[in-house]
Design a protein around this ligand. Structure first.
Ligand code: C2O
Ligand code: CU
Length: 486
C-alpha cells in the first residue's frame, strides 16, 4: 500500500497525493497499568471567529483561534478524535511529537485523508515534554486556522514559575476575500515569469538581489533571512487577536513567568520581544538548551521556544514583528503588571532591530545531547526553487515525484540539509528530533539563504516520515519529501 502512495503522477506544481486509498486504520492502543489517558475531540468546521473586534469566516477547531489547548504529561496516552465537518478532507499532525508513524497525520503517507462527515481517532504516547502544536496536514488548511497548541508536561520537573503563558503567532489572510488556495494559485499561475526562468538559487548574494526586495520601509537591521515570505498578509495575530484588541496578560512585578512561544504561521518569520525585558531562553522545540538571556529572538514557522521572564512594573508590549514582509503590521499582546498606557498597535520595540537571537546558535543542555556514536549513513536534502516561476522542490523533485530518502532502523543518520535558494526555509522533520553540529536538538530549523546544516538523528522510529519546508505555501507547491524505513 505504501508504494501506491508514492507512484502518483505529479499534477502541475501541486502534487500532494491526498487522494490515496488503502491505509488500514491504526490499531487501537490499550493503556498500560497506571497510564493516564487524555481524551479530547477536535471538530474541524467552517465557523465565524472574532479576532478582537474583527470577525472572519474561516475553518477552525471550535469557535476561537487558536484551537483548544491539548495538554498531557509525558508518557500519557493521548486519544484525540478529529471530527471532520469541513467540505474537504483533513488530518491532524502533532508537530514535533516523536509518535508512532500511523498517528502522524500525513495524508497519503501515513493515513488516508479523513473525509468530510467522518472522524478519525489518533492514539499515541508523547514521550518528550515540551511545547508543541497540532495542525491540519492537508493543503493550506493550517493557514485557515486549523491549529492549536499542544503542551506535554514533564512529570519530574514541574518548573519554578509563578505563571505560564502560551503565545501562539499567526499570519492571517482570511477575511480578504481570498482563500489561501486562491493566494497560492495566484503565486503559481498569475505571476509572470521573467522570461528567463530566473532561478534565485543562481543569484549572487549581494544586497540588491531578491533578498533586498521591498521591505515596506521596516527597519531590517542585520536580518539574516533574505526574502522571507511570499504572501502579503493584512493581519498578524497573537493568540488569535489583532493588535487593535490585544490579549492582556496580568502579573505582579517580580514574578517569574514561563512563556511558551509557538510560530503557527504559514509564511512568516517573526522577531519577538517583550518590551525591554530580558528573555531567558530555556527550551527550543521542547528540548532544553543552555539558557541564554536575550532581548529578542526569531521564530521561524513551526519553531517553538520557551523563555522565562522576571516581569517589571508597568505596561509592556509583546511585539511579534514579521520579518522581510512588505505588508507592514505586526502581532501584539500586552503584559500588565502595573499602571501605564496600553501600547499602541504599531508600537516599536527597539530590541527588535538589533541582536535578535537566531535559535540555531543555541547550545544544548547536557541532558538534551544525543549519545556520541559514529554516523552510519549520510544523505543529502537540498531545498531548491524560485519565486518566479513559483516552484519549490527537494532534491530535484516536487513532492508528487519524490524519491524517498532511505535509511535503516538502528542507524545513526546524518542528513546534510542545504538551502540552494535565496529565500529562507524552515526545515521540519517528522517523528524525530535531530541534533545540529552543536548538539542542539530541534525538529524545525531555519535555513537562511544558501545555508547548510548537518542534522544527526537515530533511526529509532520506523515508518514513512515527512520532511519539508514549513512555509505552508512552499510545502504545498512541492517542497516536501519522505524519509522511509521499515
Ligand atoms: Cu508542522 Cu509536516 O508539519
Ligand atoms: Cu520554504
Amino acid at each position: 500500500l505504501g508504494a501506491a502512495a508514492l507512484t502518483l503522477a505529479a499534477c502541475g506544481d501541486r502534487a500532494a497525493p491526498t487522494e490515496v486509498g488503502g491505509f488500514a486504520p491504526p490499531p487501537a492502543l490499550t493503556p498500560k497499568a497506571g497510564q493516564n489517558v487524555v481524551t479530547q475531540t477536535l471538530a474541524a468546521a467552517p465557523t465565524t471567529v472574532d479576532l478582537g473586534g474583527k470577525t472572519v469566516s474561516t475553518w477552525a477547531y471550535g469557535e476561537s483561534l487558536p484551537g483548544p489547548l491539548i495538554r498531557a504529561t509525558a508518557g500519557d496516552l493521548l486519544r484525540i478524535t478529529l471530527e471532520n465537518r469541513l467540505p474537504e478532507a483533513s488530518t491532524i499532525h502533532w508537530h514535533g511529537i516523536r509518535l508512532h508513524n500511523a498517528a502522524d497525520g500525513v495524508p497519503g503517507m501515513t493515513q488516508d485523508p479523513v473525509k468530510p462527515d467522518t472522524s478519525f481517532t489518533y492514539e499515541f504516547v508523547a514521550p518528550d515534554p515540551g511545547t508543541y502544536f497540532l495542525h491540519s496536514h492537508v493543503g493550506l488548511q493550517l493557514d485557515r486556522g486549523l491549529y492549536a497548541p499542544l503542551i506535554i508536561d514533564d512529570p519530574d520537573e514541574p518548573g519554578d514559575y509563578d505563571a505560564e503563558w502560551i503565545v501562539t503567532l499567526d499570519d492571517w489572510i482570511d477575511g480578504t476575500g481570498q482563500t489561501p488556495d486562491e493566494v497560492l494559485a495566484a503565486l503559481t499561475g498569475a505571476r509572470p515569469s521573467d522570461g528567463g526562468g530566473m532561478d534565485h538559487g543562481d543569484m549572487p548574494m549581494g544586497d540588491d538581489g531578491p533578498g533586498g526586495m521591498d521591505h515596506g520601509g521596516m527597519p531590517m537591521g542585520d536580518e539574516p533571512w533574505g526574502d522571507a515570505g511570499d504572501v502579503a498578509y493584512p493581519h498578524f495575530l497573537v493568540n488569535g487577536r489583532v493588535p487593535e484588541a490585544p490579549e492582556i496578560f496580568e502579573a505582579k512585578p517580580g514574578q517569574r513567568v514561563r512563556i511558551r512561544l509557538i510560530n503557527a504561521s504559514a509564511d512568516t518569520i517573526f522577531a519577538l520581544a517583550l518590551g525591554d525585558h530580558d528573555l531567558s531562553v530555556t527550551q527550543s522545540d521542547g528540548f532544553a538548551v543552555e539558557p541564554v538571556t536575550v532581548k529578542a529572538l526569531y521564530l521561524g514557522m513551526g519553531e517553538r521556544y520557551d523563555v522565562v521572564v522576571t516581569v517589571k512594573n508597568g505596561m509592556f508590549p509583546l511585539v511579534a514583528r514579521p520579518v522581510g514582509k512588505s505588508s507592514g503590521g505586526q502581532g501584539l499582546a500586552v503584559l500588565r503588571t502595573g499602571a501605564g498606557e496600553v501600547p499602541a498597535p504599531d508600537v516599536q520595540v527597539r530590541e527588535l532591530d538589533e541582536d535578535v537571537l537566531i535559535g540555531s546558535t543555541l547550545e544544548p543542555a547536557e541532558t538534551a545531547r544525543l549519545e556520541d556514536r559514529a554516523v552510519d549513513t549520510e544523505l543529502e536534502l537540498a531545498f531548491q526553487g524560485s519565486m518566479q516561476p513559483y516552484q519549490w522542490a527537494i532534491n530535484g523533485a516536487p513532492y508528487g515525484q519524490y524519491t524517498p530518502l532511505s535509511i535503516r532502523e538502528g542507524q545513526r543518520v546524518r542528513i546534510t540539509a542545504t538551502n540552494e535558494t535565496m529565500m529562507s526555509h524552515p526545515l521540519h522533520i517528522h517523528g524525530h528530533t535531530f541534533a545540529l553540529p552543536s548538539g542542539l536538538r530541534k525538529d524545525t530549523v531555519m535555513l537562511a539563504p544558501m545555508e547548510s546544516f548537518a542534522l544527526d538523528f537515530d533511526a529509532d522510529n520506523p515508518g514513512r516520515w515527512a520532511a519539508h519546508c514549513h512555509n505552508a505555501y512552499h510545502q504545498e507547491a512541492g517542497m516536501m519529501t519522505g524519509i522511509d524505513y521499515a
